[in-house]
Design a protein around this ligand. Structure first.
Ligand SMILES: [Zn+2]
Length: 824
């Protein structure tokens, strides 16, 4: 296998507590306000101008300096560069010192003015950010006359003399961390003593100097300062050195937040220590290629992981923690050379497989070393570094996928919050690419965070925390905090677009509960109207009335769309489709119209059986498509199914999850486009008719819509013909008066003034699809049928049943009155 990455030892700055001699994590730091540092403004003499900008600084030589500011003068010996912000404007200013006392005060603070300000007859030019000129004039007590202005980018690779060791160092371009909030706009850069400096240092290949030992004292590397405490005498010695060499402009006390060790309550320092790194360069391209093959949901997640992976530096995998997975390395007691070979790792791996990672800590070094080192075991000591926890979680794929039966590599899905592009998604990718060459996942889903109803972060102090347990089981006061059950919470989860942050609170939950109840009502209607149903009663599709074919067409479309949305993890679309389907298509239309067929159409009549055929199809599909989101409701339905359902393979599912996804019904979908259009027209026309009926109700012409007769006229002959056909449909279910839930619907060929004067309520339906349809409403003809409440001129014409209409007469003549069915 090709070498993809490797482990190496290098230096990296970490928070270090000299008083407890340990590296600290962020969590172990305190930032008390009011730490007073000795802050200094210093100048570094420029020795060669930036090579890329012709003659920018030449005229000021040899008296031109970079001016910097630091609150940690002890880091000056470790200086490796001065960083500027390429986007800021800088100036060369001539410094005119006043002849004031060397001690001054500014804002009550004692300021010491350095020897560099005693320039006398000599000229001195300094480079500072142009925005800071006036502030520095008052701070330094000098006059600065601007001689030249240029962008920070022009200074790149200008070189200056290191104020302590005399080396030549470069000016580099740093990041946005260089601002004009304080200082000079030029940042003294010591990659061994600061995180941002370290990153800039990596970019420019700067040396990572850190001449400070475990006790916080300068090492030999710091030459004349060796042995001095960096936070005490060492710091002062550096300031004195700068002043003696005319590099100190001003020294002043500076009060700010500074990291303290929370255990010892003493200030900490940033210090580069030896760490273990995993090189990323060797497999960065392979990682980038693998990213392209993963399905990122939502798609913009791909750009985030690309940005983080293509720019990331080598991975520092070691930590100095007291617990964790040990790094299995030995060090030679005298030379400090690390010992880590395939043989030592293999030996330790076997021990860990048997005894766990704790074995590293309690077994003697001799036992941890392979046999051939036993004679020299006393020359070695085991390392105490632990592995970065991201390395632990980042290798979970290896522990989970390859060790458990039924799982396979790569994982189907990794699912986590958007913050994990930097964390788990990336650490998993890197470990997997380095060892297998493949991403550990086929798909990655990222989600936002849960916020309260107003979009605020949940916090105990705001009192806006939504506890899932209380949502499900209810709180102490069940009036304010009712127990909604798990399904309502699940329904909410499905309803939100998780690709961004999602909102939850009492009002949202109430809405979810309403929706849940509507859906439950839909399913109750289906169950109760199928109480006497048997699958063998089902009518053939080709024999169904048009309204039923259209209902099945809609059902099949919804089922297919829901399937697509499940497959694309767009659950909120499923929620929207189910909501719309249950409320608009079913409750407001099909069920509404179906009640007449179901309750008074005759128990075993064609109209009722065909309607039940459609209802059974709806029940069997809806229960399956909602089951993943609302498993309790779906199971409740299944356990109360009034008929036995046998699947195609002969299995009778005992539980809802034994059902398969509904099979595709091609014939249901095959409805002609013209017919679909016509039904859309009818439904829109129905809305207009309902408006006119409502006006008639307000005007007290009618009470219920069954007291009305609807009259239609269309200027366009084809539309008029179709409407007329529907008025006198041979099939009762398709008759327009059933669809409008009125007693009669008629068409008229023309609208004379005389006719219009007889119609009290009118309206107009317009659409792109068809010509304008005129709608009129009058009182229905005839008398009210006692059984179905429809009005009919035939009521009274049957001697043996004088209170019934012709339809009901036919029904009661062949059967007893049907048992009461459920209500919607
Ligand atoms: Zn009737």
């Amino acid at each position: 296998m090709a070498m993809r990455g490797y482990i190496y030892r290098g230096r990296k700055p970490v928070h270090w507590s000299p008083s407890s001699r340990t590296a600290l994590a962020e969590a172990e730091l305190e930032y008390p306000e009011g730490h007073v540092s000795k802050s200094i403004y210093a100048i570094f003499k420029i020795v060669s101008p930036p090579p890329a900008s012709n003659g920018l600084l030449e005229e000021f030589f040899p008296d031109i300096c970079l001016a910097i500011w630091t609150t940690t003068p002890w880091t000056i010996p470790a200086n490796a560069a001065v960083a500027v912000n390429s986007g800021l404007e800088y100036v060369v200013a001539e410094l005119h010192a006043s002849v004031e006392d060397t001690l001054a005060t500014s804002g009550g603070k004692q300021i010491k003015r350095g020897n560099a300000l005693k320039v006398g007859e000599n000229k001195l030019f300094v480079i500072v950010a142009s925005e800071l000129v006036s502030r520095l004039e008052s701070k330094w007590g000098v006059k600065l006359s601007i001689r030249k202005t240029f962008p920070g980018s022009a200074l790149e690779n200008c070189r200056y003399t290191h104020p302590v060791n005399g080396n030549e160092c470069p000016v580099v371009l740093g990041g946005d961390y260089i601002t004009t909030e304080s200082g000079t706009g030029l940042v003294h850069t010591a990659p061994g003593h600061g995180q941002e400096d370290y990153v800039t240092g990596l970019k420019y290949g700067l040396p990572i100097i850190s001449p400070v030992d475990d006790e916080g004292k300068f090492t030999e590397e710091a030459r004349k300062f060796s042995g001095l405490d960096v936070l005490g005498a060492g710091n002062s010695a550096v300031v004195d050195h700068l002043d003696k060499h005319l590099s100190l402009l001003v020294e002043e006390p500076y009060k700010h937040k500074y990291p303290y060790d929370w255990r010892t309550k003493k200030p900490t320092i940033f210090r580069a220590t030896e760490q273990w790194f995993a090189s990323v360069d060797g497999f960065r391209q392979a990682a980038m290629d693998a990213i392209g093959k993963v399905n990122w949901i939502p798609p913009q997640a791909e750009n985030r992981i690309i940005a983080m992976t293509c720019s990331r530096s080598d991975w520092c995998i070691s930590r100095q923690r007291t617990w964790g997975v040990p790094i299995p390395v030995f060090y030679h007691v005298h030379t400090k050379e690390p010992l880590m070979t395939e043989e030592t790792i293999e030996h330790i791996r076997n021990i860990v497989a048997d005894k766990g990672t704790d074995a590293w800590w309690y077994l003697p070094t001799e036992e941890l070393l392979p046999q051939k080192y036993h004679d020299v075991a006393s020359d070695y000591q085991k390392g105490t570094d632990t592995m970065d926890v991201w390395f632990d979680s980042g290798s979970s794929w290896a522990a989970v996928l390859t060790k458990n039966e039924g799982l396979s590599f790569p994982a189907d899905i990794y699912l986590e919050g958007t913050d994990q592009h930097r964390g788990w998604f990336q650490s998993s990718l890197l470990t997997s690419i380095a060892t297998t060459g493949k991403a550990p996942y086929s798909s990655v889903i990222t989600h936002g965070f849960v916020l309260d109803e107003k979009g605020l972060k949940m916090s105990k102090s705001l009192g806006n925390v939504v506890d899932p347990d209380i949502v499900i089981n209810g709180g102490k006061n069940t009036k304010d905090e009712p127990g909604y059950g798990a399904d309502v919470l699940r329904l909410w989860v499905s309803s939100v677009d998780y690709s961004g942050d999602v909102l939850i609170g009492p009002q949202v939950l109430r809405q979810m509960s309403d929706m849940y109840r509507k859906l439950r009502g839909t399913l109750r209607f289906l169950l109760s109207n199928l109480h006497d149903w048997k699958p063998e009663y089902a009518l053939l599709y080709k024999d169904l009335p048009k309204i039923d074919k259209y209902a099945l067409f809609q059902l099949e479309n919804v089922v297919n769309s829901i399937k697509d949305s499940y497959e694309n993890y767009q659950f909120y679309k499923i929620f929207q489709m189910i909501q719309r389907f249950a409320v608009v298509d079913l409750s407001n239309f099909y069920f509404d119209v179906a009640k007449d067929r179901l309750y008074v159409g005759g128990t075993v009549s064609f109209t009722r059986r065909s309607c039940q055929t459609v209802l059974a199809a709806h029940l069997l599909s809806i229960v399956r498509v909602i089951a993943p989101i609302l498993p309790h409701m779906a199971e409740d339905v299944w356990q109360n199914l009034p008929f036995e359902y046998v699947m195609e393979d002969g299995l009778v599912p005992k539980f809802v999850f034994e059902l398969k996804w509904p099979s595709l019904k091609g014939d249901w979908l095959a409805m002609e486009a013209d017919d679909v259009d016509f039904w859309n027209t009818i439904l829109e026309l129905r809305s207009e008719v309902n408006k006119v009926l409502e006006n008639a109700r307000i005007g007290k012409l009618i009470g219920s819509s069954l007291e009305a007769k609807v009259i239609l006229h269309a200027a366009d002959g084809a539309t008029l013909t179709k409407l007329r056909e529907m008025c006198s449909a041979t099939n009762d279910a398709d008759a327009l008066h059933r669809i409008f839930i009125t007693s009669q619907v008629e068409t008229v060929n023309s609208l004379s003034d005389e006719f219009l004067s007889t119609v009290p309520y009118t309206g107009k339906y317009t659409s792109q699809r068809t010509s304008e349809v005129w709608v009129g409403v009058t009182h229905a003809d005839g008398a009210k049928c006692e059984r179905c409440w429809n009005y009919s001129p035939q009521v009274g014409s049957f001697v043996d049943h004088p209170t019934l209409c012709a339809r009901c007469y036919g029904v009661v003549d062949v059967q007893p009155l049907p048992a009461a069915a459920g209500v919607c």
